[in-house]
Design a protein around this ligand. Structure first.
Ligand SMILES: NC(=O)c1ccc[n+]([C@@H]2O[C@H](COP(=O)([O-])OP(=O)(O)OC[C@H]3O[C@@H](n4cnc5c(N)ncnc54)[C@H](OP(=O)(O)O)[C@@H]3O)[C@@H](O)[C@H]2O)c1
Length: 283
């Protein structure tokens, strides 16, 4: 197994900017991977809306170049796409529903999906939604709420955006199952329960013993940026087998598992000298 990162230094992780086609091909030739998992992207929905040209470079052009480079060495390409390829016009979306993105990020993901399917002889496209769990970058919704819980201001959260928060370790389990069965094509993988962002934030506060009165409901137009968003972006799968579906827990169970593993995560960060303020550590 070989992992790469662009800007982050970490033991055992190689540096790679996927926009450097020569470095990308050199690494793939050396590694000859059976499976290449492409998670690199710019998933900032509002930034994509403001700067389509810059974000297309990574979300579309570089993604397609990875598909070309993987096809040169063989093996399977895994690409993460998004619930935002849909417009929210139905209560939920399954794999073969037509895509109809409302914003630039969704359009870029939909275009990248088509390119991956065209260029990579063997591919797996996993459409995912609201992934949360312990992570170094502290960007996911749960870690943002935990970080902001120590501010004095109220935390305004959209009550009119609904989705299926998905616990990252569950997603890893789904991927393992798909690899083991040699699955190909498009799959949806999202957590079992639908939540509004506001209700999920309240659940986070309860689970981590924070003051839930600090969480205030708001309309997404008043607090998020410029990009239009589907009010409901629920993914369901008609392709995942029942054991994989059952492996995708509800958001509460994911939060409880985060709480259970909080001490181990803080210890892990402290070993690597990473700040742990806001998630149970002292620094
Ligand atoms: N998280 C979700 O809830 C969610 C939902 C739907 C779909 N997805 C999709 O899942 C994938 C992963 O999302 P994420 O939330 O993990 O994103 P993320 O936290 O923003 O991570 C994206 C990573 O891509 C790296 N990257 C950007 N440009 C790169 C380049 N030119 N070369 C190499 N690496 C580059 C970034 O590296 P730096 O740290 O150096 O900037 C960053 O570590 C994306 O395709 C996203 O669209 C995620």
């Amino acid at each position: 197994m070989l992992g790469t990162a662009r800007s982050r230094e970490f033991p055992g992780i190689e540096r790679l900017d996927i926009q450097d086609g020569a470095a990308l091909r050199d690494l793939l030739r050396r590694a000859q991977p059976e499976i290449t998992v492409l998670a690199a992207s710019n998933p900032n929905v509002d930034f994509c809306e403001r700067d389509p040209a810059q974000t297309r470079e990574i979300n579309v052009e570089a993604t397609l170049d990875v598909a070309r480079a993987v096809s040169e060495v063989g093996g399977t390409l895994v690409f993460f796409s998004s619930d935002y390829v849909f417009d929210g016009s139905r209560p939920y979306f399954v794999e073969n529903d037509p895509v109809a993105p409302l914003n630039e990020y969704g359009r870029q993901k939909a275009e990248a999906e088509r390119g991956v399917a065209r260029l990579a002889p063997r591919y797996l496209i996993l459409r995912i939604s609201g992934v949360f769990g312990w992570e170094l970058a502290r960007k996911n919704f749960v870690l943002q709420i935990l970080d902001r819980a120590h501010e004095k201001n109220q935390i305004k959260v959209a009550r009119d955006l609904w989705y299926h928060p998905t616990y990252a370790p569950n997603l890893a389990g789904v991927l393992e199952g798909l690899f083991a069965s040699g699955a190909r094509g498009v799959y949806h993988a999202a957590g079992a329960d639908e939540f509004s962002r506001f209700d999920f934030a309240v659940e986070i506060a309860r689970c981590f013993s924070l003051d839930e009165r600090r969480i205030e409901p708001a309309r997404f137009q008043d607090i998020l940026g410029v990009a239009p968003r589907p009010a409901r972006s629920s993914l369901r799968s008609v392709r995942l087998d029942p054991s994989a579906q059952n492996g995708l827990c509800g958001a509460r169970d994911g939060l409880l598992d985060m709480r259970r593993t909080q001490g181990e995560w803080v210890q892990y960060l402290e070993e690597y000298g990473v700040a742990t303020k806001g998630i149970g550590g002292g620094a």
